[in-house]
Write a protein that binds this ligand. Structure first.
Ligand SMILES: Cc1cc2nc3c(=O)[nH]c(=O)nc-3n(C[C@H](O)[C@H](O)[C@H](O)COP(=O)(O)OP(=O)(O)OC[C@H]3O[C@@H](n4cnc5c(N)ncnc54)[C@H](O)[C@@H]3O)c2cc1C
Length: 389
């Protein structure tokens, strides 16, 4: 057992019988003598005293935080056993990603009183760029800002705080645990839920990198208003392109919808909302060849039936699909041909103990409701996995 010493030998936690505890090992051995109200922070301040004592005396922030969530003697006993075995804190689950999937998993983890952390460099993931939302169950209409506010409220209500770090890799340990390695630290856990989402697919044509943020964008919500009363090209034929077009109807002077397909392929209600509008011109069977400009974008070159033409636009919005953010598990978990992390129906990846959910997982339809549902499934299955270990 690793040696654990007191950082301040004067600080003791007193048990009911007046006996003091001076080490976590003593604490583990004396669990039976702890007063009951230590385990219920809803009715007792003592629980916080207890957790604070752990933090002050042992400098163990995560252990102390985990103790605040405990309800039973058995939970504390298991937690301390894990801690003593390793000599440092081992989380039951680490959730990676702060989009709808990660947040949904975190809500269940917090309410299930699990020892969890959630790591994400941002709040909301693609919520930050998704504009109007009309298909989330129970919400007839909302926008990205209101949607985020609702989630922020729920995170606060459940005491969920993000660790603002970027996961660089995951290492599987011999005992089945994992190290999650970030740009700033290393955390150990018994299971992981990867909810790293997806990012915009690039056109990979000349001029794209040069004119990015100089008239070319992958986020109509963020940059669309910059194109007020200008002629704009939207590249892509699916829902995301149509949603961008619907949002730009009120902003742009003219809209070219450039698709490599014969028709727009998104949901019918979105097609109806956009196609046929006076300012909209669908440029079908068209491949984007080049972006041109001087200081900023002046046009987009497309090829139709072997002939090239330049559409004179000042703004270009690219919406040609997503690339899953699966780098953290590459070489560890199986990845499908499109880069998604492969999962079974319990959302477990090819590595026992690692689950994936949301836009980074395979079989996905890139929808909020699906991401949330998959993440909840993953969390509940991770709980089962932990119980069986
Ligand atoms: C323009 C647009 C409009 C949309 N409109 C709708 C709509 O109307 N209805 C609908 O249902 N869906 C819509 N979607 C799809 C919806 O946004 C996604 O399905 C959903 O956001 C996916 O959630 P997620 O949590 O899986 O991933 P994301 O939202 O992508 O979140 C991933 C999170 O992981 C974090 N992350 C990534 N890599 C790391 C790492 N290495 N370390 C730590 N954290 C990491 C990211 O920072 C982010 O916080 C839209 C998408 C777009 C782009």
């Amino acid at each position: 057992m690793p040696a654990i010493t007191l950082t301040d030998s004067k600080k003791y936690f007193y048990l009911k019988n007046g006996k003091s505890l001076r080490s976590i090992a003593e604490l583990a051995a004396g669990i039976d003598k702890l007063p009951d109200d230590v385990f219920n922070h809803h009715v007792s301040d003592k629980h916080n005293d207890f957790a604070n004592w752990i933090k002050d005396v042992f400098n163990e922030e995560h252990l102390s935080e985990a103790m605040r969530k405990l309800r039973t003697r058995k939970q504390l006993s298991d937690l301390l056993k894990r801690f003593l075995e390793k000599g440092h804190f081992v989380h039951e689950v680490i959730i990676i990603g702060g989009g709808i999937a990660g947040m949904s998993a975190a809500v269940y983890a917090a309410r299930g009183r699990m020892d969890y952390i959630i790591i994400s460099p941002d709040f909301g993931g693609q919520m930050n760029v998704s504009g109007e939302i009309e298909n989330y169950p129970g919400m007839a209409h909302t926008n990205f800002a209101e949607f985020q506010d609702r989630f922020r409220e729920q995170m606060t209500a459940n005491g969920i705080e993000f660790i603002d770090e970027n996961v660089k890799g995951i290492k599987k340990l011999d005992d089945g645990h994992f190290f999650v390695i970030t740009d700033k630290a290393k955390y150990e856990s018994e299971s992981i839920i990867v909810c790293t989402g997806a990012r915009a697919r690039r056109l990979n044509v000349p001029g794209e990198t040069e004119f990015e943020k100089k008239g070319l964008t992958y986020c109509h919500v963020c940059d669309g208003p910059l194109f007020k009363n200008l002629d704009v090209a939207i590249v892509g034929g699916g829902d995301a392109a149509l949603e961008a077009a619907a949002g730009m109807l009120r902003i742009a002077r003219k809209l070219y919808l450039i698709t490599i397909n014969p028709n727009m392929t998104g949901h019918e209600y979105l097609v109806e909302r956009v196609v046929g509008q006076e300012k909209v011109e669908v440029v079908a069977n068209a491949k984007t060849v080049k972006i041109v400009g001087d200081k900023s974008v002046t046009g987009i070159v497309v090829e139709q039936n072997g002939k090239q033409r330049t559409l004179p636009v000042k703004g270009i919005i690219v919406e040609i699909g997503r690339i899953p953010n699966a780098e953290a598990v590459k070489g560890l978990c199986e990845i499908d041909a499109d880069g998604h992390i492969m999962v079974g129906k319990d959302m477990m990846t090819s590595v026992p103990g690692i689950f994936a959910a949301g836009d980074c997982a395979d079989g996905h339809e890139y929808q909020y409701a699906i991401s949330a549902g998959q993440a909840v499934t993953a969390l509940l299955k991770a709980q089962r996995y932990l119980r069986r270990r």
